[in-house]
Design a protein around this ligand. Sequence first.
Ligand SMILES: [Zn+2]
Length: 498
Amino acid sequence: MSSLPSARILARSLGALLASALATTSHAQEPARLHGLRPDSLEIRDVMVVRGDGAPPFGPTSVFVRDGKLVAALDGTPATVIDGTGLWLLPGLVATHAHLQEASAGIPMPMEYQGALWLACGVTTIRDLGSTIARSLRVRARGDKGEFPCPRILLYHQLGAVHSKEEAVARVRAIASAGGDGIKFWSNVNYPPEVLRAALQEAANNRLRTTAHIGVGESNAIHYADGGIDCIEHWYGIPDAALRGVQDFPARFSYSNEVDRFREAGKLWRQTDPEKLEAVLQHLVEREVAWSPTLAVYEASRDLVRAQNQPWFREWLHPALEAFFSPSLDSHGSYFIGWSSTDETAWRENYRIWMGALRRFAELGGTVATGEDAGYIYLLYGFGLLREMELHLEAGFHPLEVVRHASYHGAKVLGREQDFGRVLPGLDADLILVNGNPLENLKRLYPTGCDEYRDGKSAPTGGIRWTIRGGRIWHGPTLATQVKDLVRQAREKTSGGR
Ligand SMILES: [Zn+2]
């Protein structure tokens, strides 16, 4: 083989160099100027709009922002104009189940990593369902000032283990005075119905919203609904209320062993009585309990190889998460020790029944929202919410309904639908601008983009070009670079320390 390149190859690479130089100059000004800025007024021109409440798309049209809020029109010239040609504008996405994490597997992770990932994936609001109260309040204050790329954060603190009505009431009051927006009912104990009722009543007295990851035991979804819970996370407690007796645990089962726990959870939905399940779903809808199913976080249970080999791990996965995700009984959700084809098959059936129940719940009038629970079980922040949207599509929802789950319904679950979650004048300007129509292909939302057939050949497309939170503009490709740089630096540090 000759080591000298031919004249034709040289000409071709020169052409490519020139083309890439031109491409860089034409895009360089825009992001450098706008990334992280919050102009007084903004016009997004010639853009297609999906409002977020299920209404059909409209446009091309202009969308206006003044002082961080959507307005019907601007008087005078806008301070900033974004050309929306070829872009689709949607409300910013709401992750109703998230965790702020400053470290994983004992390895620190900067908040900038999580924040930039969420915004790059179009997530403008997260509900933190358990972290350190004081630290999270500080993170939120920095994020609100725009000191680093960060979604809006709502803080729900965990109720934890309480064993009496008095203990429950005291804990709720402590959470209220610490400055939380709500309470997540979760602990390794299952709250007895009278303790649960007292805690929910005290939460209502303190105007705290509530959600629950229901533990297996005496109280199930019906008890929570009757006590006034606002939302149910995952699915625990719902099939439990529709069993003919108790769950069919094998004699050697231990709830403390996560392999046992997740293996048997994969057989739960098939044990439900269809008539009882229908009655449970109806009851939840009557009591106005919402459901954030977090379908994405259990997906490894039905397809482990897929979960372990997501292509974005190559450049976007922080070494702290990589370490945490490796199978171990010490890391919550890393239960894949001896996980078998039989387990995956059971989980596939589990998903079919679960998704059917979710559809039925929505048909009855129930509010379905999207959460992710990323940082656990091979799920990356932001990417988890986009995968969740794809799984809502798989459950049988129309793409417009999927967007509604991820925007308007998310805001409703948080009790904030008058503040954000739709593209409507008067609401906060939480918006995403997507390269192409995501209703046609949700994969266009992924910051890694996707390949599509165009003009006779495969071409890269998609991705979120701009994420706007409360009028502050973030450039998608710049966020992507920030994340990848943080990952590269962390990997160098980790391998250097060995
Ligand atoms: Zn969680």
